[in-house]
Design a protein around this ligand. Sequence first.
Ligand SMILES: C[S@@+](CC[C@H](N)C(=O)[O-])C[C@H]1O[C@@H](n2cnc3c(N)ncnc32)[C@H](O)[C@@H]1O
Length: 266
Amino acid sequence: MKQLTKRQFRRYCDIVYSESGIKLNEQKRELLNARIGKRIRKLNVQADKYLSIVEKDPIELNLFLDAISTNHTYFFRESDSFKYLDQSCKNIWCAASSSGEEPYSLATYCLELGFTPSILATDISDSCLAKGRKGVYPKKCITNIPKNILRRYFQKGQGKWEGHVKVKQSVSKLITFEKFNLLKDSPSSRIFDIIFCRNVMIYFDKPTKEAVLHKLVRVLKPGGYFIIGGSESLSSLNHSLKYIEPSVYKCADLDAMPNMTPYRAG
Ligand SMILES: C[S@@+](CC[C@H](N)C(=O)[O-])C[C@H]1O[C@@H](n2cnc3c(N)ncnc32)[C@H](O)[C@@H]1O
């Protein structure tokens, strides 16, 4: 495929930004070129024509966003922050859950602690959500899973699934995979005891990060933890969370708020 012109690249970037909040810079030109190349070849169209298809057709828009998103993840990634999980974490939201390794890691960790949470795993990518629901992973992906967890919560594939593992039903039944665009969608009224939103806000600019934070904090229980990725920080952003340690923030606890007196009707 021919290199995208500056103008085409800018138009693709504008769509990515307005639809997902992801800010692409000039260095991502080749990457974008390579990623959309497959779709362009498949549809046998030119880059300009593909742009107009993406702008008009919501199905192709989804496929386009799928093609350009970075879904890198792995089991038990940055698992130091899992220490904030305890019996009180009945409702967990794993926002930007990619292909499922993160929510499955959280679920098995909780099961090992002796409790069964309900985990909402969301992402913008349909193909990632499909992989997560399937719960089947090649063996090369499991190196980071502690041996006891692997033995207890995963099954070895046989026949055509040789070389793969599948998450057991005792784990998958704890997780609901749902599509949720952090930029565009509004959470339901469900309140979460802890929210993991890791390694996604890094792709957003400041106003988008603040809008996403505001949206997620509204459904975080007072006193609940908000966990971000190891290379992320909320320090320059406007938000109401309390810093605990790198990657870990806490929602203000109502009891701890100064100058509060009990509300009396009348
Ligand atoms: C690098 S992965 C991080 C996965 C996982 N949280 C982790 O830390 O390993 C980023 C994920 O964010 C998702 N994503 C990007 N923009 C999004 C948006 N606007 N709403 C929801 N998910 C988004 C991508 O599809 C991708 O799966």
